[in-house]
Ligand binder design. Structure first.
Ligand code: C5P
Length: 260
């Protein structure tokens, strides 16, 4: 019988320092109520119940006392043996916020899962698939789902055709090779540290184009593996996403529901 490799000592960096402007609530997204509780609480509970983290570094909007208090209360609520909760202020970009979380890692951490608080309903199974791939030897692993839409590249229409439509199609990506990428993204701690250090030398334009941590690791030439994500792990970004998330909280969608 083959033995399951044992899990690495893992910290989750939960980035929650975004403004949430696209959600239009006039407050940081992490504070927006979902099923009567702030989005951040759902994200925290999901991480803790997955049992994958020895430490959770929560990265909050600088000076947000209400969210800090929420984290302090949650730490008290955690039964003995729960993960250590550390709270730090975020930065101007998502990458800055991840780096801020890094500063708070306790000694002995071997792997880091970077998770968006906006993916507050990520099923536990996704955390497990990522943690298992790291235990099996991956340096970097991301959860991903197949893309259902056909995806095309476009460019602004030039010349007289600009009056016809604003954009012109320049190509069609082969859908079977495309994946929509989610979080938690898992890394050996030194792999991610190295990638974020290297990112400090990027030109501002390149830095602005970095939308996830795996991209930085790809740039260093380290292979990034992909495991199955979940459509339940939606990123709450727009008011419509919040409606979907409320629907998911209300329960399974019956016999037609297939976890994907
Ligand atoms: O805005 P974006 O879609 O990149 O946000 C993804 C996640 O990163 C969110 O959970 C958000 O709170 C977090 N974020 C952050 N610090 C920033 C920008 C975004 O922690 N400066």
């Amino acid at each position: 019988m083959t033995e399951t490799p044992s899990r690495l000592v893992t910290a989750v960096i939960l980035v929650a320092a975004g403004s949430g402007q696209r959600l239009g609530y006039g407050m940081p997204k992490a504070s927006v109520p979902l099923g009567g509780e702030p989005i951040l609480m759902h994200a925290l509970r999901g991480i803790v119940s997955s049992g994958t983290a020895s430490q959770v570094c929560v990265v909050l909007p600088a000076g947000d006392d209400a969210l800090r208090k929420l984290c302090a209360d949650f730490q008290e609520e955690l039964a003995d043996g729960g993960p250590l909760l550390s709270v730090v202020d975020g930065g101007a970009t998502r990458a800055d916020s991840v780096r801020a979380g890094f500063e708070a890692l306790m000694d002995g951490i071997e792997a880091v899962l970077v998770h968006d608080a906006a993916r507050a309903l990520t099923p536990e199974a996704v955390f497990h698939r990522v943690a298992d791939a790291l235990a099996a030897g991956a340096e970097a692993v991301i959860p991903a789902v197949a893309v259902v839409d056909t995806v095309k590249t476009v460019a602004p229409t030039q010349g007289p055709d600009a009056a016809v439509a604003p954009e012109l199609v320049t190509g069609t990506a082969p859908r079977e090779e495309l994946r929509a990428v989610q979080t938690p993204q898992g890394f050996r701690v030194e792999t991610l540290r190295h990638a974020h250090r290297a990112a400090r030398d990027l030109e501002p334009e390149q830095a602005a184009a970095v939308t996830d941590d795996a991209m930085l690791v790809e740039m260093t030439g380290t292979p990034v593996h992909a495991v199955r994500g979940s459509i339940q792990s939606l990123k709450i970004t727009t008011p419509l996403d919040l409606i979907f998330a409320e629907g998911l909280l209300e329960g399974p969608l019956g016999a037609r529901w297939v976890e994907g």
